[in-house]
Design a protein around this ligand. Structure first.
Ligand SMILES: NC(=O)c1ccc[n+]([C@@H]2O[C@H](COP(=O)([O-])OP(=O)(O)OC[C@H]3O[C@@H](n4cnc5c(N)ncnc54)[C@H](OP(=O)(O)O)[C@@H]3O)[C@@H](O)[C@H]2O)c1
Length: 252
């Protein structure tokens, strides 16, 4: 069992939801995010429900890359090594390219891609050292194709981290004596703060608990990649990959 798990962006949504599911399965957790009050409340809840596990929390802005490496090192000491890292922190700000939204688009690009790179570097350094570990990257169904309007930069970052993960996986091929796996998850719509106030997605949205159980199921299977939940997102993903762009832009 990959016992010790670090999750970034664990203060809400999918990060907090996966922490709840993993805690119930007996994992020790290192939870990070900027909103430490939220992390501390989650820590208290998890320890009350599951007194046998360890839960440590650390303030972390993933855009402070030195802090990413430092916090991962502290979590390694706290838990006596990390078996799995879930690169989850992300945001969905943005606007159509060419409409003066560069700052929002840049913030999304930096948080979802450059900061994810820092997290992957810090995790893989540790996994290579101990010859074992599981890197999990939370991409998105939007990574299947170029997306219009406010989603353009977001989708590009999610496609970028999926290829980043695939490249890391490629580095592991043929390396004997390493038990290191890399999983890329492509969530569809799972209820979280990211969707607050957005109505049109509701019909295909699952609640946070259902979505996080499906995420954890795929994580524990250590799949190479998966659309989550499988239905309806695996078939939708196939359509998205092959349909004309004029149709894809109406699917999101
Ligand atoms: N929900 C979905 O349907 C869906 C679908 C596809 C992909 N995803 C992906 O799932 C991941 C989690 O999103 P969510 O839906 O759970 O949204 P959410 O509820 O808004 O959670 C986002 C998390 O990321 C953290 N975060 C954002 N910027 C950060 C920063 N600079 N440093 C550290 N942490 C930061 C937030 O923590 P703080 O603000 O406390 O720092 C929060 O814990 C994201 O990568 C998102 O792209 C979600």
């Amino acid at each position: 069992m990959r016992k010790n798990v670090l999750i970034t962006g664990a203060s809400s949504g999918l990060g907090a939801g996966m922490a709840r599911v993993l805690a119930a399965k007996g994992h020790h957790l290192a939870l990070t995010a900027r909103r430490v009050d939220r992390l501390e409340a989650l820590q208290a809840e998890l320890l009350a429900d599951h007194p046998d596990i360890k839960v440590v929390v650390h303030a972390l802005d993933v855009n402070d890359h030195d802090q990413v490496f430092a916090v991962f090192k502290r979590a390694i000491v706290d838990l006596g090594g990390l078996d799995r890292v879930i690169v989850n922190a992300g945001l969905g700000k943005g606007g159509r390219i060419g409409t003066g939204k560069f700052e929002a688009n840049k913030q999304t690009a930096e948080t979802n891609f450059v900061a994810a790179l820092a997290q992957c570097e810090a995790a893989m350094e540790h996994f290579y050292e101990r010859k074992s570990g599981h890197l999990v990257v939370i991409s998105s169904m939007s990574a299947m194709r170029g997306m219009p309007s406010a989603m353009t930069t977001y989708a590009a970052t999610k496609a970028g981290i999926a290829l980043l993960a695939e490249g890391i996986r490629s580095d592991l091929i043929g390396r004997k004596g390493l038990d290191i796996k890399v999983t890329t998850l492509f969530p569809g719509y799972i209820a979280s703060e990211m969707h607050e106030g957005i109505q049109q997605e509701a019909r295909m949205m699952v609640d946070t608990e259902t979505g996080c159980r499906a995420l954890v199921k795929n994580i524990e299977r250590e799949v190479v990649d998966a659309a989550v939940p499988t239905w309806p997102w695996a078939p939708i993903g196939q359509v998205m990959k092959h349909a004309p762009l004029s149709i894809v832009r109406r699917m999101v």
